[in-house]
Design a protein around this ligand. Structure first.
Ligand code: AP5
Length: 218
């Protein structure tokens, strides 16, 4: 299965992709996580991406498309993946479609997490993440068993620097201007399912599994 999971910052892409990855044994590719790894490793790409990420703007398309194409190339042919945070502009979607088509492949399903901006602000400012395994928690909604500690590996949880209110506002503006049009782009040629991501996390994942189970059986 080749899955694209779309949604605003804080819609729950990372949270649900981790569960999709486990349930269907596929590869979870999150462009934001890959960029954060590049930054941590102080690579040229990481240095270039820094100022865009810190301000809530998008990293230029040419850097992202090259980065994601390289990562996807490493997946064995016909391997399954779920994309989180990519594509994020119509140009990225178009370039990615062309690259898949040249390999005789296409996206099988697009899942669009729909959510109100007010909820995403609450979620992002309360988010805590594990720098080791990438697990995502929330100080109110999805608490770890021990406060501030990752359930999976005992690592101290951190708050992402771009989760401060000012940058969150910019990320949401960027989403509405540049990423929402990607949903319409996919509606032209793909099956797109809108999912109410404002529901409880277990309800959202049940809706996502329902669509993916149907695709797996088809
Ligand atoms: P990225 O890391 O992709 O950030 P984002 O899209 O802003 O998404 P988030 O990771 O913030 O949110 P999410 O939807 O994964 O929510 P989560 O599951 O964590 O990108 C960061 C930056 O990198 C960008 O700003 C840009 O600069 C750059 N970048 C990345 N990709 C790019 C691209 N393709 N092109 C150009 N630039 C790119 O959940 C959030 C919180 O809510 C958590 O605390 C979670 O526990 C909680 N939660 C989730 N679901 C629920 C629920 N149903 N109920 C209650 N709480 C919930």
């Amino acid at each position: 299965m080749r899955i694209v999971l779309l949604g605003a910052p804080g819609a729950g892409k990372g949270t649900h992709c981790k569960r999709i990855e486990r349930q269907y044994s596929l590869v979870h590719l999150a462009s934001g996580d890959i960029l954060r790894q590049e930054r941590a490793a102080d690579t040229e790409l990481g240095k270039k991406a820094q100022r865009y990420m810190d301000s809530g703007a998008l990293v230029p398309d040419e850097l992202i498309v090259e980065m994601m194409t390289e990562v996807i190339k490493k997946i064995p042919e016909n391997g399954s993946f779920v994309l989180d945070g990519f594509p994020r502009t119509v140009n990225q979607a178009d370039e990615f479609d062309k690259s898949l088509a040249s390999a005789g492949q296409k996206i099988d399903i697009v899942l669009n997490l729909k959510i109100d901006d007010r909820i995403t602000v609450e979620r992002l400012t309360g988010r805590r993440s594990c720098p080791e395994c990438g697990a995502v928690y929330h100080i109110e909604n999805l608490k770890p068993k021990v406060e501030g500690i990752c359930d999976n590996d005992g690592t101290k949880l951190i708050q992402r620097p771009d989760d401060n209110p000012e940058v969150v506002a910019n990320r949401l503006r960027t989403y509405h201007e540049q990423t929402e049009p990607v949903v319409d782009y996919y509606r032209k040629n793909n099956t797109v399912y809108d999912i109410d991501a404002g529901k409880d996390a277990d309800e959202v994942i049940a809706l996502l599994f329902e669509k993916l189970d149907a695709l797996a059986k088809a």
